[in-house]
Write a protein that binds this ligand. Sequence first.
Ligand code: CAA
Length: 297
Amino acid sequence: MPACCLRGRVYSRIQGGAPLCGAVPMERKRKEEVDMTNILLEKKGYIAVATINRPKALNALNSEVLSDLDELVATVKADDEIRALVITGSGEKAFVAGADIGEMSTLTKEGGTAFGKHGNDVFRRIETLPIPTIAAVNGFALGGGCELSMSCDIRLCADTAVFGQPETGLGITPGFGGTQRLARLVGMGMAKQLVYSALNIKADEAYRIGLVNAVYPQAELMENVLKLANKIAKNAPIAVRNCKKAINDGISLPIEKAVEVEEKLFGDCFETHDQKEGMACFLSREKPKPKAVFTNN
Ligand code: CAA
């Protein structure tokens, strides 16, 4: 049986693109549970892999794809079994080539503001998903694509990936968080250089400036992403989620308030089964020590 079918349901709503290797249409309890036209969602054990699938436009984000991303967040949030989410793009060329320029081309000021809010709201929901998220950047990550990757916790990319915020060349600013998250990730000076110049950078430069955590040969990207996702999924899920919350909530606070956020989340772990399991295994006198099995409780 392929690895992706070993555990639980496989989510997949496939339209306009080839199914992923081994993808099986999801048996849905209720039809309205998952309704995504442009995203393929697969479960591989504890990991959900979402593939943005709009190949004719290099996976560009129009309003429909943004709504699908919203649906993705709701679906993943509702499934207690999922311990990490991977987001990638279909095909070998693009992760996401940006917000949809055709759709944006006729927007008014009000329409532009609303489109930006739609993207920002969805990306903020991705950023604040309780579980860890990894962007597997398999090609162009421009404009909204770079911004989507930055709303994930971790970015790993293929050696063919290209990043950039080309918006000023189109007469606009980045609109899905690029002016904010890029500066937070790579520092103000480098963020300003990239945004003002609209220049693209290749994977090795993205790694050098700290925009991505690692670069892999394209054919090995997903294998390495899943290796990391599975490593994360083996750890105590509540502790991992509390770490994410502590880092996300604490980063914008003064340090004395930030450590209070950590104290609370640290304390909360001590009422979990997983803390008892993890520490009992470590303290066991058996040789070799038993491996902790975490239950998400
Ligand atoms: N929006 C809409 N369609 C897009 C698109 C986008 N962002 N990017 C690519 N496409 C479409 C192209 O129009 C083309 O469609 P047709 O075949 O129907 O003509 C198809 O995808 C393939 O693209 P190309 O022929 O251009 O492919 P290429 O290999 O020659 O170039 C590319 C690839 C360098 C990524 C180029 O497509 C490109 O520059 N795309 C636009 C990138 C961009 O500017 N992104 C930022 C958008 S603004 C934004 O994202 C604002 C924000 O912050 C919210």
